[in-house]
Ligand binder design. Sequence first.
Ligand SMILES: Nc1ncnc2c1ncn2[C@@H]1O[C@H](COP(=O)(O)OP(=O)(O)OP(=O)(O)O)[C@@H](O)[C@H]1O
Ligand SMILES: [Zn+2]
Length: 745
Amino acid sequence: MYADVILPLPLSGLFTYAIPAEMQHKIGRGFRVTVPFGRRKYYTAIVTKIHRQSPENFTVKEIQSLLDSTPVVTEQQLELWEWISFYYLSAQGDVFKAALPSPMMPADLQPGFIPKSETHLRINPTLDDIAISASIGKARKQQLLLDEIMWFLTETGRESISKREVKELTGYSPAVLNGLLRKEILHLFSVGRSRLHPKTAPTRTPYPLSEEQQKALDTIQSSFSDKQTVLLHGATSSGKTEIYIHLIHQLLTEGKQILYLLPEIALTTQLTQRLQAVFGDKIGIYHSGIDDQERTEIWQKMLSETPYEIILGVRSSLFLPFRRLGLVIVDEEHETSYKQQEPSPRYHARDTAIMLAHMSGAKTLLGSATPAIESYYNAQTGKYGLVTLNKRFGNIEAPLVSLQNTKDLRRRKKMKNLLAPVLMDEINKALENGEQAILFRNRRGFAPMVECKSCAWTPKCNHCDVTLTYHKKANSLICHYCNTSYPLPSGCPSCHEGELKSLGTGTERLEEEVAQLFPDAVVARMDSDTTRGKDSFERIINDFQENRIQILVGTQMISKGLDFGNVRVVGIVATDSMLNYPDFRSHERGFQLITQAAGRAGRRDKQGVVIIQTVDPQQPIYRFIIRNDYESFYQSQITERKLFKYPPFTRLISITLKHKDERKVESGAAFICQQLRQSLGNRVLGPNKPIISRIQQQHIREVLLKIDHHFSPSQVRELIKTAESRLKGNGDLKQILLYYNVDWV
Ligand SMILES: Nc1ncnc2c1ncn2[C@@H]1O[C@H](COP(=O)(O)OP(=O)(O)OP(=O)(O)O)[C@@H](O)[C@H]1O
Ligand SMILES: [Zn+2]
């Protein structure tokens, strides 16, 4: 008998191995095996098929060992993997690697799962009291410690005490304990211990819903009777999360599991607190910030008889084994961080979640104050149900948004620093009232650019076509594409005359300046530079929540989903580069980002104030934002999308080609275009030289396919795969790396 397996390698197709006789009755689909492959000794692979067809043309190797006695990947998961690999044009091995926590796939160079253990002590059962006291003799300190241990065991009713616990006893000293061990009065042994969080009990029941919330919940439930997916379009702070909580509560009574997806780890902290208050330890948290070994235990728990009933996590959590999935909630469904960009599989977690729900007979609820144009279109055309919630919870008015023309203010010498006078005033007022402010800037680091004052030389990355960002605290120049860091030169290395000056503002400079402007306030920054540490999100969020920080400066990380009660002012410092970025989605993103950031203000008691600083206040998008008019904004966008054949009217597939040799990558891209044009004609755009055309020494070209609904995903897949194999058959071009990004965002 033979087994087809998926290897954790970026290779297309399955690999066949012979099953040793003694394994034949124990193996099946979804089991892990170790197999020899290539030069490395062994890999962990997943069995997808058992059959009797002996492979031709090569000698089959044998499976080395079987790791499981029951499948660790369910039938449904394997189906989902197949769909991802098919739809997103990614190798099955890439999907496998993305899905399983790495300790579940031990290999030569990769350790496996290590159960967590703890050292315990127990009293030697072969000794009676007389033997013990004879052995202790006159060692008074040993007797005292032993008495304390015995007292502990009686009190707790346990057989053993952990080493950690012994250290807390008053009579403890290492010498005394060693004495008891040497005399074999005490024995050491090791006990397995779960990494999962211990029991936490709920502290409250769900809040009663307002009338509007209840109506929205009822409509969601009735929509589910004929739609598999429903979009909840609810204003910021309208209380969507509380609606989710009621819905979850309902599903739990039906014995169903719920997957609650968030776009970013930064959002899990607050949501964990909110959900745990109601659901206690029914919730498992799953994201890349959680240690791999613990993730393995969560996976095992999901396979057990007592799985988590609720999983809260980011995109990778849709790979967990669910058995009774009833509902997937995709919160902030518009977020582009739901799309995995690197590495393959480049899947969209929202769309994959809808597929997962479909395969499980579950429902999907998408929620956002600023839905993705595609999702709103699906709701408009009846593919999804649509439920709208316009009002903020507690009937608080939507924040008052106003624009400040910084170009004009500068000309009139009114900009004394990075903040417009009106914004300064509002922050001062808020601080006087004991309220808080959030300042948003979509650029991290101190200054996005450094320039020589005399010759205008600017430092660039050696590996990428990118100007370097100055980071002051690290005192270095950093490439935001490959992360290489360079020391800051003391003078211009080009003309040797000029001094270097830094241009522009990142969050680090904004934080520094704001701290000087408001010396009595505590100012903190939240961006990817300040949130590297394990608990750093939690610390900043808790400090802000509890008013230990008055002004929070940050990137898009602070712009959405967070719920702070005391924020009066939100300042959006420079939005122009974002809106002028040459991409058909730049206005959609701008609208979402600004509306979401604005939504952090005035969430309790009274209306908030939002000030947007721009050099171009005439941009029509601001009118939609100020009037909080998603509907008209959507209309303007969908008209453009239709006219220029963008999603949802087409599917975009981007093909990226990379090679060290620019000439080669150029001819490779031309070759691919020419191949695809034979059947796809003018649906093929390119090749294009991207704005950043070299990253990590690799030259890059891009081809974009705009596929209308004449072509099915499988037809397009076929055409692309044919073009790829022709390119790989061309001796000169076969080294070119090809990457596909389906539903490119
Ligand atoms: N029924 C309710 N009873 C008491 N408090 C509520 C209720 N509904 C919402 N709230 C409170 O109102 C605030 C806003 O609600 P929530 O965070 O759920 O809004 P949201 O719609 O998810 O907002 P966003 O899209 O901005 O994340 C929260 O502090 C929440 O606890
Ligand atoms: Zn670089």
